[in-house]
Structures are given as structure tokens and as C-alpha cells.
Design a binder for this molecule. Structure first.
Ligand SMILES: CC(C)(COP(=O)(O)OP(=O)(O)OC[C@H]1O[C@@H](n2cnc3c(N)ncnc32)[C@H](O)[C@@H]1OP(=O)(O)O)[C@@H](O)C(=O)NCCC(=O)NCCS
Length: 516
């Protein structure tokens, strides 16, 4: 049960019932004191929402009269002016309750066997992480809070009627589990714009880096440069109560997500466009503004950016960027430290950097044999890549065993907007050829294309030709997923991560002596 209280309005929510009431600033302060007392007594919890204008109070229903007297009038539904933080706060108690029930009811159940090969093989298939925002199915691909990508394209609010989803809507969904209304998504856009101003030290740090610094290194440094402003780090130093950890984590996460388009665009402009900065357009949404600030005004480029930012955001918890963010965050490192760790992992060629590698490889294919080639010629080229001891970037996956739906939706975007683009046709032909060649090796678990096989070609079509920048776009999007989970992890009170490791000698002793 949670109550959201504002200066002028309070929302009382107990399961399905919600109420509103008019109140005054003085009353709000009094109720804040009261609820602090409640927490000390172990009867409730106080969390500021958009402090100092509002706060959220968790308390048992019998304390309503004490807190709000007859001013709290129950009505149905969630208050229309409930912002993302308020909606998230409302979702916390039931999440905590479910976690508690799971621990009580199934805490001692086994999730399966861990073999030596699983431990040696990068913990592949070992279930050991809680990740609420998305779940990956080997056959069907990713579901964000239960919704497939196709469903998201249908259900999430859009900037234009037949366009792509607004990533703000996805962020709302990831945090709360609910699809927002258009009004909620638009108000979140406005909220992000309010928070978007980048601290000046970020640009000083970027300027101090050599011009040749990879854009992903620049992004990581820029995020670290914001860390001194971390609200979580400050609140923790000031003695933050454990039940309130999620609140400054939420604040830092939203600040960081809000600033990332401006930071990414600044990195792009300083690396590839002589550093001339383009100011944000207040009439644009979060992703549309990213395209705009990079210098791309075409409506198609903005639509692509909305799709790109939506589909790259999250891919359950075990991938390198998600797991690294989660792991570092579990030590109560603040969101800036945690996200930077995750993005440093995203910068690896077997993970996020694969989108850059795909483009480099496609360019090599084009320059070596051209884009209008026969399937036989392409097949020989792919085999030559494999025989030279390299991977075919954009193909294969640690979990997926079918074509990645993120590839499919980008292919549909290509069919709609750029069907005659030569590079799109080359990607389509490779889709017909590569799986067969990889399958013939007999060792590749998944010969099908992943998200990275397609993304670069769409960006190229709109003129974003600098492939070294592509992983930055991936990172801006990925921040939404991993930071949403970080906020959820703090709200759920998840503990520090500490899996068991072993040495080769330990394994030999354990199983060798037993003769297994
Ligand atoms: C994604 C990836 C790292 C998954 O690794 P994985 O879970 O170990 O994959 P597999 O179980 O299929 O690997 C088995 C073998 O097939 C090879 N393999 C997998 N995908 C391959 C590819 N696209 N090209 C060539 N070989 C590949 C692996 O390198 C491994 O070879 P080895 O036994 O000689 O070491 C791997 O498929 C890959 O390197 N793909 C290319 C890079 C890429 O697109 N990354 C983005 C992922 S979203």
C-alpha cells in the first residue's frame, strides 16, 4: 500500500483503490514529519517524489486517518497526474511482497544442475540472476515486461501515428511494468528535457582526451565525469536508510538517461564534425533530439533513432553490459559507476562493438567483391572469413537459437524505407547465405543473425556513416534497460553479488580423486 502526497494533492493507493485530496504545503510538511516517525517505529516508509514538492508514504491502511484524516477520499484508478517516479513508487510494495513470497515459498527449490562445462564455458545457462525488465527466450527472442518487439511497436505511444515507439514509453514500461498513455510518455519526455543539461566538467573531460579516442571510451569517461554529482553517493554518505536506496538511484538514473543524447551527440560532433554543437530542440522527443543534435533532421533518421533506442535497451540480465552494471551496482556503487562498467563491457567486439565490426566487414565485402554478387561468391567469401580464424560479425548468439527479432524488425524498417539501397540488399543476401555456411562448420550453436547484423546499414542510409560511433548509440539505449533494473534492484533490496569461483587444481582434486 502506498500513498503519494504532493503539496496540492495526495494520492492514496491501496491495491486497486486510489484517492486524491487537496492539501497545503504546511500540511505536507507535517505529514512528512509524521511519516518519518512512522518509519522510526517500523510502521511505514517515506520516500520523496520530486522533492521538495511531493513525497510518497508507505504505511498500513489503518494509519490513513492518522496521516490524512478524512481528507483522503478513495476513488478508482491511478491518479492521472502521477509521474513516472510516483508510478514506480506505487509499484514497489507489490514487487517486494512477491519477492518475499517467492523466498518463503520456493526459496529452497533447486534451479538445476551446474556442470563443470557450464562453469568453464562462461557460466552459459547458469540461472543466477534476478532481472525484472526483460526475459529472453531462445526461440522467440526478447520480451520487455512480457511484450514482444512487435507488440511494443503496436502498443507503445508514438511520435507519429504509423511511426516507431517513443523510447520514453519503453522506459516507463521497464520501470513500472505498465504501458504508459501518450500523455504519460510525453510528460516523461518533458521531464527528461528538464534534466538534460550536462554538467560543464563533462565537456572539459572530453576535451582533455586525444581526438583519436574511441567514441565508446569517450562515452564511458563522460559518464564517469558526472559521478561527482551522484545523488545516491551523496545520500549514502549522509546516512541513507536502506528502504530509500531506490530513490536517489532513480534520480541519478533519470538524470543520466536525460543527458545521454546530448553527450552522445557532443561526442559525435567533436569526433566527426569539427566539434560544432547543435542545441536540443525542445519540441522533439528524447530519441528525435538525439538525431537532431547529431545533425540529422530527416524524419526517417528520427524514426530510425526511436526504433534503434527502443530495441537495443535491454536483453535480460546475463549479457556482459547488463550483468556488469548489475554486478557493480550490487556493491552499492552509484548509477554512474555502474553504468560506466556496463558500457565498458558493451565496448567489446563480441558484444556491442559487433555493430561496428559488421560495418567494417560489409565494407570489406563490398570493396573485395562488390555488393551485387551471386550467392555462391558470397558463400565463398564467408568461408574465407571463417578460414582466416575470424568470426562473421552479426551472426550467432549465446542464448538465441533463431533469427533475432531485433534483426527482423530492422529488416522490416529497411523494407519499408530503403528497399533499393545496395547495402540493404547485401545484408538481405547475406541473411540467405551466412546461416548455411556457419551451420556447415558443425560447431556454431546459432547460425542466425543477431541485432548487429542489420543496425549499421540503416544508419548508413541516413548518412550516419561513422561506424566507430555505432556502439555509442547502442550504449545510450542500453542505459535505459540496465539503469531501470538498477533502480528495481535497489527497490527490491537485492544483495551484493558473490558467486563461487574455483581453481583448476580444485576441480582436479574434487573430481579426479572421485574417479569421475
Ligand atoms: C555472440 C557469440 C560471442 C556467442 O558466443 P558463443 O555462445 O560461445 O557461441 P557458440 O556456442 O555458437 O560458439 C561455438 C563456436 O562457434 C563459433 N562461432 C559462433 N558464432 C560465430 C560466428 N558468428 N562466426 C564464426 N564463428 C562463430 C565460436 O567462436 C565457437 O568457436 P570455438 O569453439 O572454436 O571457440 C558468437 O556467436 C560470436 O562471436 N558472434 C559474432 C560476434 C557478434 O555478432 N556478437 C554480437 C552478439 S549479439
Amino acid at each position: 500500500m502506498i500513498l503519494c502526497v504532493c503539496q496540492r494533492r495526495a494520492t492514496c493507493n491501496s491495491g486497486t483503490s486510489t484517492g486524491t485530496l487537496q492539501t497545503t504545503e504546511k500540511w505536507c510538511k507535517e505529514s512528512m514529519k509524521l511519516t518519518h516517525t512512522l518509519r522510526r517505529l517500523g510502521l511505514g516508509m517515506v520516500v520523496p517524489v520530486n522533492a521538495p514538492q511531493s513525497l510518497s508514504v508507505r504505511a498500513s491502511p489503518q494509519l490513513y486517518p492518522l496521516l490524512f484524516g478524512s481528507r483522503c477520499v478513495a476513488t478508482q484508478g491511478i491518479s492521472a497526474d502521477c509521474d513516472l517516479k510516483c508510478a514506480f513508487a506505487e509499484a514497489i510494495p507489490s514487487l517486494q511482497e512477491r519477492l518475499k513470497n517467492i523466498k518463503t515459498s520456493f526459496g529452497s527449490k533447486s534451479l538445476g544442475e551446474v556442470t563443470v562445462n557450464m562453469a568453464l564455458g562462461g557460466m552459459r545457462g547458469v540461472p543466477g540472476l534476478l532481472w525484472e525488465t526483460s526475459l529472453l527466450d531462445a526461440e522467440d527472442g526478447i520480451r520487455f515486461r512480457g511484450h514482444t518487439i512487435t507488440e511494443l511497436q503496436q502498443k507503445l505511444p508514438k511520435a507519429t501515428p504509423s511511426g516507431e515507439p517513443l523510447p520514453e514509453g519503453l522506459l516507463w514500461l521497464l520501470l513500472t511494468g505498465n504501458i504508459p498513455s501518450k500523455q504519460q510518455a510525453v510528460s516523461l519526455s518533458a521531464e527528461l528535457q528538464k534534466r538534460a543539461e550536462t554538467p560543464p566538467q563533462v565537456f572539459k573531460v572530453l576535451d582533455a582526451l586525444p581526438a583519436k579516442t574511441h567514441p565508446m571510451t569517450q562515452l564511458s569517461c563522460a559518464i564517469m565525469a558526472m559521478q561527482p554529482d551522484s545523488k545516491f553517493a551523496l545520500a549514502y554518505q549522509n546516512g541513507l536508510h536502506k528502504s530509500d536506496y531506490w530513490d536517489p538511484t532513480f534520480e541519478d538514473s533519470l538524470d543520466c538517461i536525460a543527458r545521454l543524447p546530448g553527450i552522445a551527440a557532443a561526442i559525435y560532433r567533436r569526433t566527426f564534425r569539427n566539434g560544432s554543437i547543435i542545441e536540443a530542440d525542445p519540441s522533439l522527443d528524447w530519441a528525435g533530439n538525439l538525431a537532431h543534435m547529431m545533425g540529422y533532421q530527416d524524419q526517417g533518421a528520427k524514426e530510425l533513432m526511436r526504433l534503434y533506442m527502443t530495441i537495443h535497451s535491454d536483453h535480460e540480465g546475463g549479457n556482459v553490459s547488463a550483468h556488469a552494471t548489475h554486478l557493480v551496482g550490487s556493491a552499492l556503487s552509484d548509477p554512474y559507476l555502474s553504468l560506466a562498467a556496463g558500457l565498458n563491457g558493451l565496448a567489446g567486439p563480441l558484444h556491442g562493438l559487433a555493430n561496428q565490426e559488421v560495418l567494417k566487414w560489409l565494407n570489406r565485402v563490398e570493396s573485395d567483391i562488390g555488393s551485387d554478387v551471386s550467392k555462391e561468391e558470397l558463400s565463398r567469401y564467408v568461408s574465407a572469413t571463417l578460414n582466416s580464424g575470424r568470426v562473421v560479425p552479426g551472426y550467432g548468439h549465446a542464448v538465441l537459437r533463431k533469427t533475432d527479432p531485433r534483426f527482423t524488425c530492422q529488416r522490416e524498417f529497411g523494407l519499408k524505407h530503403l528497399p533499393d539501397y545496395p547495402k540493404f540488399k547485401l545484408v538481405s543476401k547475406l541473411f540467405e547465405v551466412v546461416p548455411g555456411v556457419l551451420a556447415e562448420t558443425g560447431k556454431v550453436s546459432n547460425p542466425w543473425p543477431n541485432v548487429d547484423a542489420h543496425s549499421g546499414v540503416l544508419l548508413q542510409f541516413y548518412g550516419i556513416t561513422e561506424e566507430n560511433f555505432y556502439t555509442v548509440l547502442f550504449g545510450v539505449s542500453r542505459a535505459m534497460g540496465v539503469l531501470s533494473q538498477l533502480v528495481l534492484s535497489r527497490a527490491m533490496g537485492l544483495p551484493i553479488e558473490r558467486p563461487k569461483s574455483m581453481t583448476t587444481r580444485w576441480l582436479e582434486n574434487k573430481f579426479g580423486q572421485a574417479g569421475e
